[in-house]
Design a protein around this ligand. Structure first.
Ligand code: ADP
Ligand code: MG
Length: 634
């Protein structure tokens, strides 16, 4: 037994304490996954060693077979995992097993409510990892040595999972990591060869290196105990190299959890072997849930890259566009060189063609999911819809395909959910309708009652309701779908094309002529506030409405720009009035120009309010309205 030196006691980072607490209380019904997590880490450690040893063969230290060993001691109530992977230095241990390095963790943890039921689903977004050892153990010891460091630089980490851990330096002859779990009272079922074998088969069969358990041996009386023999219990081959037909769904699912560090099953996957000019295997997954850092710029993203079965890097982001950053998976190339770097990946033309092929695979997989499992697709859209909306701007080549995957709220669906596809919309289009109509706004509640929809409701024409912040920007990249142009119903001079009959149009022209006098009076009264005044064809119930100029920024874009402190080009709305509305009739008959002016401004402000805009001078509006109310009551 070597002597421990430089012993110190350190506290876990606050977030680790919170995670530990959450985990122990939310995963009690699924305890056995601790083994999957520890094996997953051991496998990662071996991958890293294999890769580093390509340029520094001395790291292999004589080159014993790379493997993981799991053993147990019924009397001592321990389970031990040992790997001969990359190992950890003293500093590694302190950071990796004492903190959570992911950016945004602290913010994420603030969402904890203290209600275990509510909080337990959060763990799914986070992944469980090393700390899951404390689900079954009340003390965990880690003995490790980083490959390449001398035996005297071994480290011993130990903790009861209650807020602090101890580290000390000690001699460790073999590189790699040994983890000893001291099982809690009542968890003795895990100190059992049969149980361990079953758990490994169930969760870790896909791990590409051998996982060994001690072979049961019968001691013969009077003879010395035979040397311990080991047997491999998993399949130990790289899952993505196996033919699709031979891989079971459960295996795909467990493999996903290993590479994605996720706790839940994926929604869908796509496994492909490409041969010919380029040769590679790919296995791509759609997660069921968005990670908490989906919108964090520096959050890791990308695929796990292998070159001829050898792990080369995590988070290789060059293989997929940014709007597909939530996709997890593996790509294993036969064409790239083993010493490929991130910089090379960014420039290599091979990567470009792989990127477009993989992008297409993902979009195909999503199309299939939408078609065959619409309920699951709804879940997908809730989690990742906003990110998919970044697609048309980033990926021009696949614009039409991405548009087909978009889902919108619509006047045809009272639920307000984003569930209508463009294809579905067009399948319901009216005879003679050759446009896709939409309205953008701040919230569903606001747009669904917008006066802009009146004429559409009257004619029974469906309008898509777009209320995500990104929507107006998205629509600036979409001009048409399936040959039909998009029309913002709040913009320009609404032309319903064939949806208006010849008589309708004639009638409209006549009214416009008839109201020329009123139009002139309104122009004078509203002056600078408007760019134009005209008779509206959009209204049936409301007296007036504000339309946006054809080339002007919409409300959403204006608000986004203003919020980011940018100068917003000045633009004035078009004031449209409804000639059949009694208020407009009254206005037309008003003799006093002063009262006419007051009334026009009230109508203008009301139209702005109904469109979800804020008033430039709310006090003036209130003053005018109150004046009117007083006059009414006398
Ligand atoms: P994750 O695997 O998602 O990174 P974990 O909590 O499972 O998170 O592990 C934390 C870190 O601890 C790992 O990223 C790794 O750096 C280190 N680690 C854990 N187990 C081992 C091991 N057996 N060998 C080397 N490093 C390990
Ligand atoms: Mg892990």
């Amino acid at each position: 037994m070597s002597v421990e030196t430089q012993k110190e006691t350190l506290g876990f980072q606050t977030e680790v304490k919170q995670l530990l607490h959450l985990m122990i209380h939310s995963l009690y019904s699924n305890k056995e996954i601790f083994l999957r997590e520890l094996i997953s880490n051991a496998s990662d450690a071996v991958d890293k060693l294999r890769f580093e040893a390509l340029s520094k063969p001395e790291l292999l230290e004589g080159g014993a077979e790379l493997k993981i060993r799991v053993s147990f001691d019924k009397d001592a109530q321990t389970v031990t995992l040992e790997d001969n992977g990359i190992g950890m230095s003293r500093e590694d241990v302190i950071t990796h097993l004492g903190t959570i390095a992911k950016s945004g963790t602290a913010d994420f943890m603030k969402n904890l409510t203290g209600d275990q039921k509510k909080d337990s689903h959060l763990i799914g977004q986070f992944g469980v990892g090393f700390y899951s050892a404390f689900i079954v153990a009340d003390q965990v010891e880690v003995f490790s040595r980083r490959a390449g460091l001398p035996a005297s630089d071994g480290v011993h980490w130990s903790s009861r999972g209650e807020g602090e851990f101890e580290v000390a330096t000690l001699e460790k002859a073999d590189r790699g990591t040994r983890i000893v779990l001291h099982l809690k009272k009542g968890e003795d079922e895990f100190a059992d060869g049969y149980r361990l074998r079953n758990i490994i088969k169930k969760y870790s069969d896909h791990i590409a290196l051998p996982i060994e358990l001690p072979k049961e041996q019968v001691a013969v009386e009077g003879e010395p105990a035979p040397e311990q023999e080991w047997e491999t219990v998993n399949r130990a081959s790289a899952l993505w190299t196996r033919p699709r037909a031979e891989v079971k769904d459960e295996e795909y699912q467990e493999f996903y959890k290993h590479i994605a560090h996720d706790f839940e099953n994926p929604l869908a996957w796509s496994h492909n072997k490409v041969e010919g000019k380029l040769e590679y295997n790919s296995l791509l997954y759609v997660p069921a849930r968005a990670p908490f850092d989906l919108y964090q710029r520096e959050a890791p993203r990308g695929l796990k890259l292998y070159v001829q079965r050898v792990f080369v890097m995590d988070q290789a982001e060059s293989f997929l566009p940014l709007y597909l950053r939530f996709i997890k998976g593996v790509v294993d190339s036969n064409d790239l060189s083993l010493n490929v770097s991130r910089e090379i990946l960014q420039k290599d033309p091979i990567i470009d063609s792989m990127k477009s092929a993989l992008t297409k695979r993902v979009l195909d997989m999503l199309e299939k999911l939408a078609k065959n499992q619409p309920e699951e697709y709804k879940g997908f859209w809730k989690n990742f819809g906003q990110v998919m909306k970044e697609g048309p701007a980033e990926d021009f080549a696949n614009k039409e395909k991405i548009a087909g995957l978009l889902r919108f709220a619509s006047t045809s669906d009272e639920s307000g959910e984003q569930s209508v596809s463009l294809a579905e919309y067009l399948s319901r289009a009216k005879e003679g309708q050759d446009k896709i109509y939409y309205l953008t706004g701040e919230s569903y509640a606001q747009v669904k009652n917008s006066p802009h929809l009146e004429v559409f409701r009257k004619k029974g024409i469906e309008v898509l309701l777009l209320t995500d912040r990104i929507d107006e920007w998205l629509m600036s990249y979409l001009s048409d779908f399936d040959g039909k142009g998009f029309v913002d119903v709040a913009r320009g001079d609404l032309d319903l094309g064939k949806l208006d009959s010849e008589e309708d149009k004639k009638a409209q022209e006549e009214v416009a002529k008839d109201k020329e006098g009123l139009i002139e009076r309104l122009k004078t009264a509203l002056g600078d506030a408007v760019s134009e005044v005209r008779v509206s064809h959009r209204l049936t119930d409301s007296p007036a409405i504000l339309a946006i100029g054809e080339q002007d920024l919409g409300l959403q874009m204006r608000q986004i720009l203003e919020a980011s402190g940018q100068k917003v080009p000045d633009s004035k709305p078009i004031f449209e009035f409804n000639p059949t509305h009694p208020l407009i009739g009254k206005l037309d008959n008003e003799q006093s120009e002063e009262r006419f002016g007051e009334l026009s401004h009230i109508l203008f402000d009301q139209a702005a309010l109904a469109a979800g805009d804020s008033l430039k001078d709310p006090a003036a509006y209130v003053r005018r309205l109150n004046k009117l109310l007083v006059e009414l009551s006398v």
